[in-house]
Design a protein around this ligand. Structure first.
Ligand SMILES: [Zn+2]
Ligand SMILES: [Zn+2]
Length: 444
């Protein structure tokens, strides 16, 4: 009896093991076939290359992306998608309904360029100029958004070609104004926030959203991800110190806002170094602009300062803002001046990859990159992909693409006039986004 029972248990265990293997095999069979997707991606690479160069040569500033949006919308219409334009500015949204029922995944690319004078010397370098803050300014795709747009156009073509096999719906989001709009005083929403406000993640309701960013500072062929907070929240800090204008030869007859401003800047340094618990998350506070006065012998009435606050935790973000206000006000008061502190509405929230989604999709990133997906340190730059993550679980990751002939450690970073990336990384970008969509939709 005892033997039989043991035998029976053994048989049961064996059966369960076989069943698990069979289940595993069938689950695996449901996952997208990397080889076939790779060949589809390779087939669209010449087009991705042409789109990327065309967009690179015709960059458009945040909020001005008419031409890029038209290029994207025309392509998506040709693929037979239902396409919406003018979403949150020049945003384009297309929906691909697969042949089988299932969940809804969104893939996002940003389309805007920057007020930077290109110095790459590339044959398709930008010579474009456009109005920026009331002045004609050189414009350049210095953040790789030309690559993001071309990659997602490629993904749209790849997935359209296998529509019948897709168990669910894929929504393509081509977003304007990721880099922000210069006139933050208007208070109007821009970029991802504007698209979300216009319901980009609704109808059909999105279950998960994926997006990537090109970086020349990660090894070629690698994918960088991070579970939890990955990119910083950003707030613009405006400080006005008001004193009392007087002759520079007799400063005691007024209140000098220049010296008060200097003390405030020094005092602000103690917020990160002495007031916040940076063993929880790092914080960065930079005062990058200071203006006051116009003569050597006139103490001005006021000084204007601008800075940026970067945080990785919403509570620490709130605490840092409160401490900046108190520190500036009290220090200014000590010399009889006044500090008015405000934080601009053009803020970015922390980009946080939910750990369960990151864990679930890591095998997909590994399959796409042949095991070259790596956890990366936090990035103190910001991304408005965070706006989608507030509504639906979202995974943001980095595509490593140093320009040809440059080590990733030497490559000019995003926003540099010398920024460039290796276009041979675009197929990995398209493959990884395609696989993320297909694997997510195939998972039970
Ligand atoms: Zn950027
Ligand atoms: Zn960017």
């Amino acid at each position: 009896m005892q033997f039989k029972t043991t035998f029976a248990t053994h048989r049961l265990r064996s059966f369960m093991l076989c069943a698990l293997i069979a289940l595993g095999a069938s689950a695996h069979a449901q996952l997208a076939d990397v080889v076939s997707i790779t060949s589809r991606v390779n087939a669209v690479q010449p087009k991705m290359l042409a789109w990327r160069r065309d967009i690179h040569q015709h960059p458009e500033l945040s909020g001005q992306e008419q031409r890029t949006a038209k290029l994207v919308a025309d392509h998506l219409r040709k693929l037979g998608f239902s396409v919406k334009t003018g979403v949150g500015g020049h945003g384009v949204v297309a929906v691909l309904r697969g042949g089988k029922p299932g969940k809804v995944v969104a893939l996002r690319a940003d389309m805007d360029a920057l007020p930077v004078a290109e110095a790459t010397g590339l044959p398709f370098a930008s010579h474009t100029r456009a109005p920026y803050m009331g002045k004609e300014t050189p414009v350049m795709h210095a953040c790789g958004h030309d690559g993001h747009t071309a990659i997602l156009m490629g993904v749209a073509e790849v997935l359209a070609g296998m529509k019948d096999q897709i168990p669910g719906t894929v929504k393509f989001i081509f977003q304007p104004a990721e880099e922000g709009v210069p006139d933050e005083t208007s208070g109007a929403a821009w970029g991802a926030r504007a698209m979300v406000a216009e319901g980009v993640l609704e109808n059909p309701k999105v279950d998960a959203v994926f997006g990537l960013h090109i970086s020349p500072n990660m090894p070629m062929g690698s994918l960088g991800y991070r579970s939890g907070p990955m990119m910083a929240g950003a707030d613009t800090v405006h400080i006005t110190i008001t004193g009392e204008q007087t002759h520079g030869a007799a400063p005691w007859t007024g209140v000098d806002p220049i010296v008060a401003a200097a003390q405030v800047i020094t005092g602000l340094q103690t917020i990160v170094s002495r007031q916040l618990n940076i063993s929880t998350e790092p914080v960065v506070l930079t005062i990058a602009s200071i203006h006051g006065g116009n003569r050597e012998n006139i103490v001005p009435e006021s000084v204007e300062m601008l800075g940026t606050l970067r945080t990785f935790d919403e509570d620490m973000r709130a605490e840092a803002k409160q401490r900046i206000t108190t520190t500036a006000q009290k220090i200014a008061e000590s010399s009889g001046a006044k500090a008015a502190v405000r934080f601009g509405p053009a803020a970015y929230s922390v980009t946080v990859n939910p750990p369960d989604l990151s864990d679930a999709m890591l095998p997909t990133l590994q399959r796409a990159s042949g095991g070259k997906a790596m956890s990366i340190p936090k990035i103190s730059a910001s991304e408005d992909f965070s706006e989608y993550q507030k509504v639906a679980p979202g995974l943001f990751y980095i595509l490593g693409a140093p320009p040809k002939g440059k080590a990733h450690s030497e490559a000019p970073a995003n926003h540099s006039p010398l920024f460039d990336f290796d276009e041979d990384a675009m197929p990995l970008g398209a493959l990884s986004l395609s696989l993320l969509a297909l694997d997510y939709l195939s998972a039970r």
